[in-house]
Design a binder for this molecule. Structure first.
Ligand SMILES: C[S@@+](CC[C@H](N)C(=O)[O-])C[C@H]1O[C@@H](n2cnc3c(N)ncnc32)[C@H](O)[C@@H]1O
Length: 335
């Protein structure tokens, strides 16, 4: 692909076969039609139809299993080894998406629950207010997962608890966007949701594909984060409207508002210690203690030099102390 984006007004299976070579895509983020009369979805959400674009193409329940197998097989082919795919699905046809995924080599990483506001109203049962996001990777290569792209490893919430941990839990509470008076697709994904997926699972310059572009929301966020984008939309009405919007997007426009994670956090948190590293730690600890005399002055230096947290260093020193006791001449170093 020569340009930063290329989009096609065509069926995605045919489009993939004609336009996208094997192993050419770094990340797929997509939201297929739900097979639940999506073209009438606005009625359940009690929305003003005047601002919802016509031309949403639905798939019948009968066709759904085969439809899912066909596009997911193409998705597997175009992903690079190690590339990731996120599929947003409602509950009704989830089984067909899962069955289709199980017929590929794609490996499940997470089954994420996305909880949103404005669930589908029901009078005599609970209100459905979540979607499923299936996160899989293609085996055979290194997957991109930028663990500290949004929160540093040591960043804490005010009331304690890790922000990084919380951001990476598999239940996401992200509200839908309320865009009064703006033309929208029947089922637009929020920017915050797409931004999170794209930040964790791709890098600047990567090529991101959405097989069901709808309002081009994935593509817009991809470009906004300086990624490249491609994809397909079968509806001419939706395509013609949103391609014009797409042309107004300034690449990288979202970058300036990204939260900058605390880079002083140790990046190697959670990694096990090699024997060589343990030996280097013991040696350095002993050297620094001779200079600074006090352990509390030595620890921050070790954290920085070894790119580890306080407790990780403390634990490694203690472990070495017990391994070396009682006849080690270094045991007195680990107070
Ligand atoms: C759930 S919507 C996607 C919404 C999109 N993620 C957004 O945020 O606007 C599914 C879209 O797929 C389109 N579609 C249906 N069948 C298709 C096919 N075979 N190939 C490409 N697009 C298709 C529909 O017209 C609809 O716009």
């Amino acid at each position: 692909m020569k340009d930063i984006y290329e989009f096609y007004n065509m069926d995605c299976v045919e489009g993939c076969r004609k336009r996208l070579p094997d192993n050419s895509i770094d990340l797929i983020v997509t939201d297929p039609p739900y097979g639940i009369s999506g073209h009438t979805l606005h009625k359940h959400y009690n929305r003003n139809e005047d601002f919802v674009l016509d031309g949403y193409i639905e798939v019948s329940e009968r066709e759904y299993p085969e439809f899912s197998r066909n596009w997911i097989k193409e998705a597997e082919r175009i992903l690079r080894p190690g590339g990731s795919i996120y599929i947003v699905s409602g509950y009704t046809n989830l089984i067909h998406i899962l069955n289709a995924l199980h017929q590929t080599s794609l490996r499940e990483v997470n089954h994420i629950i996305w909880k949103y506001n404005f669930g589908v109203y029901a009078r005599k049962k609970y209100i459905s207010s979540h979607y499923h996001i299936l996160y899989y990777v293609k085996p055979g290569g290194e997957p991109t997962f930028n663990t500290h792209c949004r929160y540093g490893a040591q960043e804490k919430k005010e009331e304690s608890g890790s922000l990084n941990y919380e951001d990476r839990e598999d239940v996401w509470i992200i509200n839908r966007e309320y865009k009064p008076g703006k033309i929208k697709n029947k089922n637009e994904l929020p920017t915050k949701l797409l931004q999170k997926i794209i930040q964790y699972s791709s890098n600047e310059g990567d090529l991101i594909c959405d097989l069901f572009l709808g309002s081009f929301s994935t593509a817009k966020v991809a470009l906004g984060l300086n990624r490249r984008a491609t994809g397909f939309e079968k509806s001419k009405i939706a395509f013609d409207h949103h391609i014009k919007e797409m042309k107004k997007i300034v690449p990288g426009y979202l970058l300036k508002d990204l939260r900058i994670p605390d880079a002083t956090s140790p990046l190697r948190q959670g990694e096990s210690w090699s024997d060589a590293e343990k030996e280097a730690l013991a040696k350095r600890y002993s050297e620094l203690l001779k200079i600074h005399k006090m352990k509390k002055k030595v620890m921050p230096i070790l954290c920085k030099e070894f790119d580890r947290g306080y407790w990780s260093i403390q634990k490694a020193l203690k472990n070495m102390e017990s391994a070396n006791a009682p006849d080690s001449d270094q045991s007195d170093l680990f107070d």
